[in-house]
Design a protein around this ligand. Structure first.
Ligand code: FES
Length: 142
């Protein structure tokens, strides 16, 4: 009788030990790579700073606060979420080809500079932020 009780206890404990990590595993898998799309974005970049030096040439871009800040091929500043609208990985980058567009390197979603999807991987638009240039200070904001 005592042995049965012991085995029952062990069984429940073992079941718990086996179940709990697998729940954690599923949760981790389900959220793996998912990041919130940046909200309340409002920052500046001094174009004369070391950071700004990386935005001197048309086609240059930098990553800051989960935003891809771009000097496009026409020399205008545009900014998009680095967090993809497909499955929220942070793999969106600017591609300085074919007029300039955004690509997420996770599954290959592409977006124009207005955030409109260019292929069928997702129909969700990419979040685009406002930019404003005052002298050498570039402001990026929601
Ligand atoms: S998460 Fe970007 S294309 Fe799938």
């Amino acid at each position: 009788m005592e042995r049965k009780a012991f085995l029952r206890t062990l069984g429940a404990g073992a079941a718990f030990a086996l179940t709990f990590p697998s729940i954690q595993g599923c949760s981790k898998d389900g959220n793996g790579g998912e990041n919130p799309v940046p909200e309340g974005v409002d920052f500046t970049i001094d174009l004369n700073s070391a950071e700004g030096a990386n935005l001197q040439n048309n086609g240059d871009f930098i990553l800051k606060n989960d935003v891809v800040v771009v000097k496009n091929l026409e020399g205008n500043f545009v900014a998009a979420s680095q967090i993809c609208s497909h499955q929220q990985t942070d793999q969106v980058r600017f591609i300085a080809e074919n007029g300039g567009f955004f690509r997420c390197f996770t599954h290959g979603s592409e977006f124009d500079q207005n955030g409109t999807p260019l292929n069928t991987i997702t129909s969700n638009p990419l979040k685009i932020f406002n930019t404003e240039l005052n002298g050498n200070i570039l402001r990026v904001f929601d």
